[in-house]
Ligand binder design. Structure first.
Ligand code: ADP
Ligand code: ZN
Ligand code: ZN
Length: 725
């Protein structure tokens, strides 16, 4: 008889540890890679994912057995598992945490992978039969009657009613359960809007890579308003087929009900969405659809790329240059780059679209790794806006606005059009300064100044959550010559309101759009078409279609020109072109005024010509000359500690280790904001010509750090392909 060899499995847990855990597999249990199991961990039970089924049992350690399997099938199918293992390796993040990001919260907690059917309710009785003291029940019944279709129990609770009120009404036969929610109608303005593609769009469509031909990556460079979204819709309609799954990645801000409605109009219930505002139940339902291979068309933000698609036929990454594709903390992956790798694993096409492609993607197109498809005319009758630089070095400004800019706004309103004013700072003013003693109010916890928010009479730090009441006098010398300096959205809003009392001024920034749905209200107001002035931050630059805006004014373009961050010029140019692209999207042509103190700067000069690719070439040449990405692979170690000395010391250790390994190091240096929320932050940049070598050495460095005993409260993180330096 053969000796009984115990079987073991290696299990990944949702823990920030760069290791797997060994367990015994009971005789009756059959495990597959990617399957969900429950295992004992410490004194508790934890959800695990099977990472390896025929591991060598370690010697001399008594292993505990796997408790149970959660379901017979692997929650993470083979290809998704492979993708996440690659990402763990590439971004140097613990495998367990990477794998668990592909599960919805309910499954991370060990809940069963079955959809909880939501109950939908409909009113069917007369509120008059309710006795006098059942006020809330009567209100609920009246509310249900006022709703267009059936309403889910969750929505009822969200509207302020309770489960027990629902049960009472059900007991009295005043409401009935309706199995199906009423389908959401497609708004009229969208229903009437399936345009015929232009010749330029059709030519571009011909060049898009089709699912039958397997992996191919394409960069779709289409100027703002060229009709890229319409092109995606056409592409999916004609090339996806009925049975395949598609993934459309969008930046968070672009996932508006308008975008979704546009897709639903073409594809109905095949459209599913994935973004941060979904609740656990919605996540599980959608996850199960994706996992089961249902032919969904997923419109999702960054993390949708990690979902367990089993029948994925094509991927589109819209606004591929957008920095929100890169996760800024924890598992610092790039959704865009992961999408390209996923397409490769899946042997399906990937299309990266943008009016202002990232240097990385553009470089890949120039070297032939991606094909380049261009769409250089605007859709419909719209023409590209005319861009003009307005040197403000010796001009008097009013609330940051020069005379010519104010005149242009006035003319625009007189013509019955809308104007958009772009300010890169929210709040009233970035600084409060005393004109007697020179004192500026700083954040006590960060190396930054507090921003003055006049609407709520507060001074806030935009880097930590510190805030304090605003004062009229200098806190240091008590002088009343204590004044705001510089421009914020609130201040520009005030100046414009004073100047143009007859035109509504609509502010769009993080403060004015905090409440859920408020951006929708704002967009609706603007799209009603009456003359108005929009004032806002970056938020306005992204993806929105304002057909009646014909004038864009940029208050100050100079912030990014001379920054120490090598990506700042790229981001500045992208923002300027994106915000310029809001002008003249309808029938009337648009004008863009960019106020600057450096109208002779070569990048701005090229920008005024209006084309992105010449600027991109200019910026790439600069990157190449300075040995920067995309010509070098880059990673950053970031450390934060109780003192700057402690942070720098740890980075010095990493540096000497890295130098032995033939990796070039820059720094260590304090971060741009060296102290943030009382933590002292520093960083070390690592670069190499060879991505493979850098990756291998990073793994060794991280392993070394894991074994090191670090001073208490000193934390390190590795950021591969960082967006901020
Ligand atoms: P992008 O995504 O490139 O900014 P969109 O697809 O949102 O462009 O199109 C910009 C505007 O032009 C939208 O209002 C859209 O409905 C319209 N549009 C797109 N293609 C056409 C077309 N072929 N004919 C007329 N209008 C179009
Ligand atoms: Zn003072
Ligand atoms: Zn702060």
């Amino acid at each position: 008889m053969e000796p009984h060899v115990p079987r073991t499995a290696r299990i990944a847990l949702n823990r920030p540890l760069r290791r797997l855990f060994d367990y015994l597999v009971p005789d009756h249990m059959v495990l597959q890679k990617g399957q969900r199991v429950m295992v004992p961990f410490g004194r508790q039970s934890a959800t695990g994912l099977v990472a390896d089924t025929d591991a060598q049992p370690p010697e001399g350690i008594t292993l505990k057995p796997v408790r149970s399997v959660c379901e017979e099938w692997p929650a993470l199918p083979k290809e998704t598992f492979k993708l996440l293992s690659w990402a763990a390796d590439y971004y140097q993040h613990p495998l367990g945490e990477c794998l668990f990001t592909a599960l919805p919260p309910a499954l991370r907690r060990g809940r069963p992978a079955v959809e909880k059917k939501e109950a939908y309710w409909k009113a069917c009785g007369d509120p008059a039969v309710l006795s006098g003291n059942a006020t809330r029940q009567r209100e609920l019944l009246a509310w249900l009657q006022s709703q267009p279709g059936s309403v889910s129990a969750r929505q009822i609770v969200q509207a302020g009613f309770t489960q027990s009120q629902i049960r009472s009404l059900q007991g009295k036969d005043l409401i009935v359960e309706a199995s199906q929610p009423e389908p959401v109608g497609v708004p009229e303005e969208i229903r009437n809007r399936i345009p015929r593609l232009s010749q330029a769009q059709l030519d571009a469509a011909d060049q898009l890579p089709v699912p039958e031909n397997g992996f191919a990556a394409s960069l779709l460079y289409g100027i703002t308003g060229s009709g890229k979204t319409e092109l995606y819709l056409y592409y999916l309609k004609h090339f996806l087929g009925d049975r395949g799954q598609a993934l459309v990645l969008v930046p968070e801000i672009n996932l508006t009900p308008q975008t979704v409605a546009r897709f639903q109009h073409y594809f109905g219930s095949r459209i599913v969405v994935w973004h941060s505002a979904l609740n656990d139940g919605e996540r599980l339902t959608t996850w199960l659809k994706v996992r089961s291979g249902e032919p969904v068309i997923m419109i999702g933000t960054r993390s949708a790329v990690l979902l367990p698609f089993t029948n994925l036929k094509t991927i589109i990454v819209d606004e591929e240059h957008d920095s929100s594709y890169k996760q800024g903390e924890g598992f610092r992956y790039s959704g865009r780059d992961t999408a390209v790798y996923r397409a490769h694993l899946n042997n399906c096409p990937v299309i990266l679209g943008s009016a202002t492609p990232s240097m990385e993607s553009y470089h890949n197109a120039l070297t032939g790794k991606y094909s380049l498809i261009t769409l250089e005319e605007r859709a419909g009758n719209a023409r590209p806006p005319h861009i003009k630089l307005l040197d403000i070095r010796s001009r008097p400004l009013e609330g940051g606005l020069s005379r010519p800019a104010l005149q242009a706004i006035e003319k625009c309103l007189q013509d019955g059009q809308q104007a958009l004013v772009f300010v890169n700072r929210r709040g009233f003013a970035p600084i409060m300064m005393c004109f007697d003693c020179g004192h500026m109010v700083e954040c006590p916890r960060c190396d930054t100044r507090l921003t003055y928010h006049r609407r709520d009479r507060a001074m806030r730090c935009h880097h930590c959550d510190f805030q304090t009441a605003a004062t009229d006098h200098c806190p240091k010398c008590n002088s009343d010559a204590f004044k705001p300096v510089g421009q914020g959205t609130e201040r520009t809003e005030d100046i414009l309101t004073t100047h143009f009392p007859d035109a509504p001024v609509v502010r769009v920034d993080r403060d004015s759009t905090q409440r859920k749905g408020s951006i929708q209200g704002i967009l609706k107001k603007v799209n009603s078409g009456r003359p108005c002035i929009l004032v806002g931050t970056q938020m306005l630059a992204k993806g929105h279609d304002f057909p009646n805006v014909t004038l864009v004014v940029v208050i100050n373009a100079d912030g990014g020109l001379f920054s120490v961050d090598f990506r700042a010029p790229e981001q500045l140019i992208q923002t300027l072109l994106q915000v310029s692209g809001r002008a003249g999207r309808g029938e009337k042509s648009g004008e863009v005024l960019i106020q600057t103190c450096h109208s002779d700067h070569p990048l701005l000069g090229t920008l005024a010509q209006g084309d992105y690719l010449p600027i991109a070439n200019q910026m790439l040449a600069e990157r190449e000359a300075n040995l920067l990405p995309p010509y070098r692979a880059m990673a950053i170690f970031r450390v934060e500690g109780d003192t700057m000395q402690a942070s720098l010391r740890l980075l010095d250790d990493i540096k000497s280790e890295a130098s032995h390994r033939d990796i070039e190091c820059w720094g260590p240096l304090p971060a741009i904001i060296a102290r943030r929320a009382d933590r002292h932050r520093a960083q070390l940049v690592l670069v190499s010509l060879s991505r493979t070598r850098l990756n291998r050495q990073l793994a060794a460095l991280c392993h070394g750090l894991d074994l090191m005993k670090l001073p208490k409260d000193t934390k390190w993180a590795i950021d591969v392909d960082p967006l901020e330096t």
